[in-house]
Design a protein around this ligand. Structure first.
Ligand code: ADP
Length: 354
């Protein structure tokens, strides 16, 4: 008889250990309340979701968390109601979004025993959703400006301006410029979407840096000459492991920016040095007006521009540096900018040495 009891106890203990292990390893936060709606168990995920430090066992929700919305949910469970997919936004210490499911528990005679609540962290999902909405809003805004200019000038031409050859060719020039802007924007958008889909594979090869830089500088020679800017290749014999086309795109975007935003009659140079842990560090430098400190990180965000008017006037899409960042990160490299206002800007990136 005694052996049977001991066996029962052992089995009970084992079940409890299993349950505890399960709660402890869950990604979702779990909160178990007793018949008086006091905390009986809170798993580690719950503690970290709410950023709690002390022991909350034996406390009510209001005592433990001071969250009215959650206390209301517990009241609902007290009445025996179920809670399904309720969303809760926490403002502090940082914004968090949670989805809550809860059920009250009763024994065989229907007497309330407590409740169990499960918390699912929706923060990442919400952030992605809001980034997507912002992206769509930005794209629509970027498309609207050139499109409405094209439409406006076409209407003016049809209304009679087409019969005045000088006016007509000026308007057609504007239409052409804006159509070009739309084309460049769509190309950049396609690149961003390709890179973000993660579908494209980088064709990694040993690429000699000096000749690649030479080619890219050659492509920008005419544009630089227009502004009296001197381009200089200071790269020696480093060889990196990269996708040639993508590396050209990175260098092209950085050199293009340096020529666009650099000083008239200034200098743009590309240099490379041994970096840390088998990486090569490349730098594209100009001696233009530079970038304010608070914008140094933001310039890599999609559509962020320090000076909107200047970027538009230069035919910028606001996507160049976010494309650079994506490509470099796909090569396990890093990219950053340094600048002192009035003393130029320097864009650095690292790539694995071949
Ligand atoms: P854009 O198409 O506007 O050039 P980018 O993503 O390439 O877009 O760059 C974002 C912004 O960063 C630019 O609008 C500009 O304000 C700033 N920027 C980039 N490169 C430089 C530079 N070399 N000097 C000064 N500002 C720069």
């Amino acid at each position: 008889m005694r052996e049977l009891e001991a066996e029962h106890r052992r089995a009970g203990k084992q079940r409890q250990t299993q349950l505890e292990l399960l709660f402890d390893s869950m990604v979702e936060g779990v909160l178990l309340l007793d018949a008086h709606s006091r905390v009986e168990l809170a798993n580690p995920a719950f503690i970290s979701l709410f950023g709690l430090s002390g022991d909350i066992r034996g406390k009510t929700i209001m005592e433990a968390l001071r969250l009215h919305e959650l206390a209301e949910i517990v009241e609902q469970l007290d009445k025996g109601e179920e809670v399904l997919g309720r969303e809760l936004r926490l403002a502090l210490p940082q914004e968090k979004w949670l989805r809550i499911n809860g059920a009250s528990m009763a024994n065989e005679s229907g007497q309330r025993q407590g409740a169990i609540l499960v918390f699912h962290d929706l923060t990442r999902l919400k952030q992605l959703e809001s980034a997507r909405k912002e992206f769509v809003a930005n794209v629509s805004h970027e498309l609207r400006t050139p499109l409405s200019l094209i439409k406006g000038y076409c209407e003016t031409l049809l209304d009679g301006a087409k019969d005045q050859p000088e006016v007509a060719s000026k308007f057609l020039g504007t239409i052409d410029r804006n159509a070009e802007r739309l084309k460049v924007l769509l190309e950049d958008l396609l690149t961003v979407s390709e890179l973000e889909s993660g579908r494209i594979k980088m064709d990694l090869q040993a690429v000699p840096l000096r000749s690649t830089v030479e080619k890219v500088l050659g492509d920008h020679q005419a544009k630089a000459a227009n502004r009296g800017i001197r381009l200089e290749n200071r790269v020696r014999d480093q060889v990196v492991r990269a996708d040639t086309g993508r590396l050209e795109q990175v260098l092209g975007n950085l050199v293009d920016n340096a020529v666009k935003y650099g000083r008239e009659s200034g200098n743009v140079s590309v240099e490379a040095a041994e970096g840390e842990r088998g990486m090569v560090e490349v730098c594209v430098r100009d001696d233009g007006p530079g970038i304010p400190p608070d914008a140094l990180e933001r310039v890599f965000e999609r559509f962020y521009r320090v000076d909107k008017a200047r970027s538009r006037e230069q035919g910028g899409t606001g996507l160049g540096l976010s494309i650079v960042k994506h490509i470099i990160q796909s090569h396990q490299g890093r990219v950053w900018a340094k600048s002192e206002l009035g003393k130029g800007a320097a864009f650095y990136f690292t790539l694995p040495a071949a």
